[in-house]
Design a protein around this ligand. Structure first.
Ligand code: PLP
Length: 376
């Protein structure tokens, strides 16, 4: 994705001047740095950034600029991307299924923490140098509260987690537990349930945890009021004290979405309006992929190409993307002004996570431009 090196005052300013015919992702570095500081100041432990949410070089370098020094990576390419902007960064390799070639490459990157959810994957790590290197056993519970459940794919049930903790300790690794409550999780209770279970697993294993990694999952502001991140941070700290007492491990978190979402606004353009349907210049093969899976946010506004707000009453419109594939539509109608017209821009806030990183070039469409703005 091209990154326009100029700094424009705002998305509206840029849209009026250039009326871009392709989707544009507007990036406000100030907002990203403020969010990073909010995590660093509010979370009582190590803050790592889950790179998959948005791996753009400008994102990584602004996070480093705000003081972030640790990253959650899932593949050798993500490791290289982080190393390119932060050669001394601490890397956590928390994708629990790895090929042997990936493991060898990761050893070269000096991984500090490896997550594991099954004995065979732990055995594959037998030659990883110890030197304080951590095995983070990934715990899985049936927990509600997130947009979708990350426990479906990864994680060890409590009994298996007990066995893996013991095995990791016997192999000479530092031990920790990790979990992920599921993405866009607004309910602090989801973390609390995991923390209580983690304390129990550690006790049953007879292992003192060096750290407890409470994952990502922190919600972005997609609709309604902004999520209260500090309330979740406080709840995590309190539950950890309560569950572990004097033996409390140090905390780690790995936000992706909540770190990066708010720093970007997506502007897409209306190509055509037909009856109750709207054709946009981006769709599910571009930056709107996630809207199909976790729903459409309501922080949407529509402007004419001269910058005037389109304020008609909202009606449900079927939204199609630009490709020739009939699957390229959002599953449910989207509330848009009845007077929306060809050439209008639809501005969607908080689109920094899982947008650029998921956009394809299918059919010659998708996200190609990122533009930096002073404010959103
Ligand atoms: C994707 C992922 C994250 C980030 O999740 P968000 O919901 O974006 O905060 C954190 N940790 C792991 C292991 C992940 O796979």
């Amino acid at each position: 994705m091209r990154n326009d090196p100029a700094l424009w005052p705002s998305p509206l300013w840029h849209l009026k001047k250039f009326t871009p015919d392709a989707p544009v992702l507007y990036f406000a570095p100030e907002v990203l740095q403020a969010t990073a500081r909010r995590f660093l100041e509010g979370f009582d432990g190590l803050v790592t950034y889950a790179v998959k949410a948005n791996d753009h070089e400008a994102v990584l370098s602004n996070l480093v600029g705000a003081g972030l020094s640790a990253f959650d990576v899932a593949s050798p390419l993500e490791m290289a991307r982080v190393r390119a902007v932060a050669p001394d960064a601490v890397l956590h390799y928390h994708n629990p299924v790895r090929s042997r070639a990936e493991i060898a490459e990761a050893v070269g990157h000096g991984i500090a923490s490896w997550s594991v959810d099954c004995p065979r994957e732990l055995e594959k790590l037998v030659d990883v140098p110890r030197q304080g290197t951590e095995i983070a056993v990934r715990l899985r519970l049936p927990v509600a509260g997130a947009a979708y459940d990350f426990g479906e794919k990864f994680g060890a049930d409590p009994d298996l987690a007990v066995a893996l903790l013991r095995q990791a300790q016997q192999m000479g690794f530092a031990t920790s537990l990790t979990f992920h409550p599921g993405t866009q999780c607004a309910d602090p209770q989801a973390w609390a349930v995991y923390i209580v279970e983690a304390a129990d697993v550690a006790k049953r294993a007879g292992v003192t945890l060096q750290r407890l990694n409470v994952g990502g999952g922190f919600a972005a502001h997609r609709s309604g009021v902004a999520p209260d991140l500090e309330a979740i941070f406080d709840r995590i700290a309190q539950e950890t004290q309560r569950a572990f007492g004097g033996n409390a491990p140090k905390l780690v978190c790995e936000p992706g979405r909540a770190m990066v979402a708010e720093a970007f606004t997506l502007a897409v353009r209306v190509k055509a309006v037909r009856d109750s349907a709207v054709f946009l210049n981006d769709g599910i093969y571009g930056a709107l992929t996630e809207l199909r899976d976790i729903g459409v946010p309501d922080r949407i506004s529509v402007v004419r190409s001269d910058g005037r707000s389109v304020t008609g009453e909202n009606v449900g419109k079927v939204v199609y993307g630009p490709t020739c594939d009939s699957l390229d539509r959002l599953p449910d109608p989207v509330a848009l002004p009845a007077d929306i017209e060809e050439g209008d821009f639809v501005m969607i806030r908080a689109m920094g996570a899982y947008s650029a990183s998921l956009s394809t070039g299918f059919n010659g469409y998708g996200l190609q431009q990122m533009t930096t703005v002073a404010a959103l």
